[in-house]
Design a protein around this ligand. Sequence first.
Ligand code: ZN
Length: 244
Amino acid sequence: MPFSGNRCLTMVLSLVVLIATAAVPVRAAPPDGLPVPTDSDPMNAGTLALELGSIRPDFPIYIGSLRPFSGAVGRRIYMALVQPGATDPTHVASAPLAGRGARNDIVFDARAVMDGHSDAFRRMLLDHEYFHARHLAGTTSVPAPRSLPADLQTRYSEAAAWGFNVAEARAGRYAGLRPDEFREALDRSRDHYAALRKMAAGRAGVEWDGISEALRRPALRTNAGPVPEVRARPSAPGRSSATR
Ligand SMILES: [Zn+2]
C-alpha cells in the first residue's frame, strides 16, 4: 500500500531531525559543580575535568575539584596540587594533604596551560597532578617521601611525577604530544633527578640506592583497593606544582 502524503512528510521530517541531531556534537557533562565548557571559555575547570576523566576515570577519588588560580602567584605555574579549598599554590598553607585517603584540588593558570601547547600537553600536565595526588595518597609504586629530609622531598616527588609522565608518553598515553613537549617532560625529569642525587650525596641517613630504585619506574598501583577513611595530613610545602 502506498504511503499517504502526510505519512511521507512525517518520515522525511523525522529523518531530517535525526540527521540534525546526529550532526550536533554531544558534549559530556562535567562532574557536579564544574562549569560546562563553552566556545567563549574553552579552558575552564569543566574542560579540564573532562580531559582528565578521559584518561583517568577514577580521578574524583583523589581530586576534589579543579579551579583557576585566584590572582597572580608571582611566578609562572601551569597547574598545581593544593589542599582542598586553597587558591595560592605558592603559599605554605596550601600544601596538599598526604596519607591514605588524601584528596586534594588542582589549581591552574589557563593562559599558561594554553600558551602554545597541544591538547596532549594539557592532558600530560593533568596526569602529572593526578600522579602527585595518587603518590600522596599512597597508591603508587613510589614510597611516600616523608622518610626523606624535608628539603629533598620536593625534588623526590617531582622526579617521580615527571618520570611517570615520560614513561606514559613513551607508552602512547598522550596521543599527539609534540617532540618538543616530550623533551620538556624528559628534561624536567632528568633535572629533578640530578638535583636530588646531588642533594642526597653525603647526607647522613639518606640511602641513594633505595631512592634510585624507587624512582626507576614510577607507576600507579592498580590493586590499591578501597580507599579507607581519611587520615590525611599536610605534606611538605612547595610540593607538587608543575612550574615553568
Ligand atoms: Zn609536579
